[in-house]
Design a protein around this ligand. Structure first.
Ligand SMILES: Nc1ncnc2c1ncn2[C@@H]1O[C@H](COP(=O)(O)OP(=O)(O)OP(=O)(O)O)[C@@H](O)[C@H]1O
Ligand SMILES: [Mg+2]
Length: 258
């Protein structure tokens, strides 16, 4: 199985979906066999990939449906790359999973059958729910997007506690790849104080802040509005450049080996 990377932060609107779709599409463009999984009921990543979350099999059918289907049968092959679509029915996940002995391991089990990918990138919802727990148990690394502002760290302690608990019991190798500063605006430069506190929190949890910062860029919203990946819509814009550099920083600027 390939490396499983998840974007997580229970805070809404910090750039999880933008970052997940950017990373997965850059990896696919580089020739890596890449699967994007959308675990959010809002289906933003699914929309960006122009995949189908209603008429086709989705992450719900793989993780929660009574007649669960094999993940390989549910993957959609789009122009942007392979995706397991999100589903608004994921809202039922907490109720459905809580009485099940394997309720926390559905994603890990599904991914076991998912050989043949170099990278699996998972976008998650702005929530601390059982689907996030499933993802953290199945993941190799978590990337935590944070907006570059005074409230960047709000709510993160609960995520760190959850990660610690999951490391203790279910997934000892789970790594926090780093905090990724998003929507960064030079003109309203981060005060030294805020930057220091973000660095300090990263150090406290044994991780780093990525050196690459994703700049605020109007093309991100434009791309989203017309359901395009940022890299296809505006490959030369500042945020696209930043995501390419972020990808290099995350995996190294390495050629594909197949
Ligand atoms: N670098 C950027 N520059 C400008 N706008 C951005 C940037 N990154 C994200 N945005 C915008 O911010 C909003 C939130 O981004 P996104 O949907 O990626 O966040 P999210 O964490 O996935 O949100 P949610 O928690 O609701 O799933 C979107 O409207 C998106 O277009
Ligand atoms: Mg999102």
């Amino acid at each position: 199985m390939g490396k499983v990377l998840i974007f997580g932060n229970a805070k809404g609107g910090v750039g999880k979906s933008t970052s997940a779709t950017a990373l997965s599409s850059i990896l696919a463009d580089r020739g890596f066999r890449t699967l994007l999984i959308d675990c959010d009921t809002q289906c933003n990543s699914t929309d960006t990939y122009r995949a189908d979350s209603e008429g086709a099999a989705t992450v719900y059918d793989v993780l929660l449906d009574e007649n669960r289907i094999d993940i390989c049968e549910a993957i959609q092959h789009t122009e942007c790359g392979d995706i397991l679509a999100g589903d608004s029915l994921l809202r039922q996940a907490d109720d459905k999973l809580k009485n099940s002995v394997d309720g926390l391991y559905r994603m890990a089990d599904a991914l076991e059958n998912c050989t043949g990918y170099d990278y699996i990138v998972i976008d998650t919802a702005p929530a601390m729910n059982s689907i996030l727990h499933n993802c953290l148990i199945a993941a190799d690394e978590v990337i935590i997007p944070v907006t570059a502002d005074r409230y960047a760290l709000q709510g993160l302690s609960q995520l760190f506690e959850t990660i610690r608990a999951i490391r203790r019991r279910q997934n000892p190798d789970l790594k926090i790849a780093g905090l990724l500063l998003t929507k960064y605006n030079d003109r309203t430069n981060l005060s030294k104080e805020v930057r220091n506190s973000i660095d300090k929190v990263a150090a406290e949890i044994g991780t780093k802040v990525f050196g690459t910062v994703i700049r605020e860029c109007v093309k991100v919203k434009e791309a989203q509005a017309i359901k395009e990946t940022l890299i296809r819509y505006a490959p030369k814009c500042t945020a696209a450049e930043d995501y390419v550099r972020f990808t290099d920083e995350l995996i190294g600027n390495v050629p594909v080996e197949h």
